[in-house]
Design a protein around this ligand. Structure first.
Ligand code: SER
Length: 320
């Protein structure tokens, strides 16, 4: 079997930093090349600074390491994108097409490119959102993901390019911090709880969103990428679900373990973004095609988050 050489773009980000560790464990540190515009806080294997808008620089790294697979995780997320719409559009789409160009040029065998619940919009059925449904997203980030999903399908149809994708829910993990998203509150809330500080939430108490624990999100990504190509029937992006909860639900879950925890609500522009997204997702196609099953529910996630973060804060190894 050919030795895979894996390139991760966006490796210093919330998902990328964790995925880099997991892929290094599976494929060997020497076979995983982490890249980002930012230096990672702690990284042991190969790392290169890369501006993914620079096609030449991207191609040079692919050639230098003999890359066979690319995970393209760099993006401007929903909330930050609304503060700089044209830049978010240009960044998200140009980086995507640069990866496609380089993948074609260097005959990359597989690409992972995530989409998001942000690809849906207010006219999408809100509960148990089906795989194939009306989209019409209302954030630039969501528009870019929805468009790129269609391009993934197009490149599959025209060139049999093996691009795989899931529509990630909000992702919660102790290992890293999110940046610029609408679901970020669900990570920040645990940090406040562990520090015994009150939490002010930028969403209303009852705003339910689809979410997933980092361990499950990473496992879903790797299971999708390792599935036989003939099992991948959806070439836009798979719905992926685990749990759905509101700020009030997560606060109650935390209070079971941290009785003094207090939350207040001060919704801002992110409330409208959250309200335009589904509350829950039907992921039966992912379950059927490549055997997806989540492991963590809200209380299991809370227990694991609080345990890990308590340990990290006591050892002062939390990364900001
Ligand atoms: N977590 C992302 C965001 O909030 C959704 O993909 O923007």
């Amino acid at each position: 079997m050919k030795q895979e050489k894996i390139l991760i773009i966006g490796a210093s980000g919330q998902i990328g930093s964790v995925l880099t560790h997991t892929l290094s464990d599976i494929y060997g540190e020497n076979n995983v090349i982490a890249t980002d515009i930012r230096q990672p806080t702690d990284h042991h294997g190969h790392f290169e600074i890369l501006d993914v808008l620079n096609t030449q620089a991207l191609g040079d790294i692919v050639a230098k390491y003999g890359i066979t697979q690319i995970y393209h995780l760099a993006a401007i997320l929903s909330a930050k994108g609304e503060t700089m719409p044209m830049f978010a559009w240009q960044f998200n789409m140009t980086s995507f097409f640069n990866v496609i160009d380089v993948a074609r040029q260097f005959k990359i065998s597989k690409i992972f490119f995530p989409s998001s619940i942000a690809a849906f919009g207010p006219s999408t059925p809100k509960y148990n959102t089906p795989q194939a449904t009306i989209m019409i997203p209302e954030t630039v980030y969501g528009i870019s993901k929805s468009c790129a999903e269609d391009w993934c399908n197009y490149f599959w149809l025209k060139e049999k390019m093996d691009i795989r994708s899931v529509r990630y829910p909000g992702i919660i993990g102790y290992q890293s911090l999110p940046g610029g998203g609408t679901t970020d509150y669900a990570v920040n809330i645990y940090h406040k709880a562990v520090k015994s500080e009150p939490f002010e939430c930028f969403l209303k108490a009852d705003t339910a969103l689809p979410m997933i624990y980092m361990d499950d999100a990473i496992r879903a990504t790797i299971e999708l990428m390792e599935a036989p190509a003939e099992n991948i029937k959806i070439r836009t992006s798979y719905n992926l679900a685990s749990m759905s909860f509101s700020p009030q639900d997560i606060a109650e879950s935390i209070k079971k373990q941290v009785p003094d925890f207090s939350i207040s609500y001060n919704p801002d522009f992110r409330q409208a973004i959250a309200e335009s997204w589904p509350a829950s997702i039907d992921d039966s196609e992912a379950r059927k095609d490549w055997g997806w099953r989540p492991n963590f529910d809200l209380d299991a996630m809370t227990a694991d988050m609080l345990a890990h973060l308590s340990e990290m804060y006591s050892k002062e190894i939390v990364h900001h």
